[in-house]
Design a protein around this ligand. Structure first.
Ligand code: AMP
Length: 120
């Protein structure tokens, strides 16, 4: 599978679609999901062209991987999610229900999130 340069997060990274960044640094962008599934629903994406968690974990540089996970920690802290807990989701491919083929983590919290999987 090759990276699709026309996916919506690629367009956000090129500035073709607006977003209100919570984090914007050399390697990472984080912004609120447009259709939040919980009171806190933040997406963290690498700036590199990676399709999925598999692609990112296999190919990203150590610097990119470190920056990405530092950003995840920063969002968890900035959104005050540590005390009550939160969930992090990486959808991948058809069975994973991934809609946007640019790697992203969903960080969700702010209320009890229910069971881990709902196959609807
Ligand atoms: P996934 O199904 O894991 O690929 O999730 C893609 C997510 O991107 C969904 O939760 C969408 O609501 C979200 N999304 C799509 N377009 C935008 C956008 N322009 N800004 C913020 N979030 C978006």
């Amino acid at each position: 599978m090759t990276y699709d340069n026309n996916n919506i997060f690629a367009k956000i990274l090129r500035g073709e679609i607006p977003c209100d960044p919570l984090i914007d640094n050399d390697h990472v962008l984080a912004f609120r999901d447009i259709t939040p599934q919980a009171p806190v629903h933040v997406l963290v994406i690498p700036k590199g062209s990676y399709i999925s968690i598999e692609d990112f974990s296999a190919k990203a540089t150590s610097e990119e991987i470190t920056a990405f996970h530092r950003a995840v920690a920063q969002i968890i802290q900035d959104e005050n999610l540590s005390a009550m807990g939160f969930r992090v989701i990486a959808n991948a491919g058809a069975h994973g229900g991934q809609e946007v083929p640019h790697y992203h983590l969903h960080i969700l919290g702010g209320e009890p999130l229910g069971s881990m999987l709902a196959k609807t």
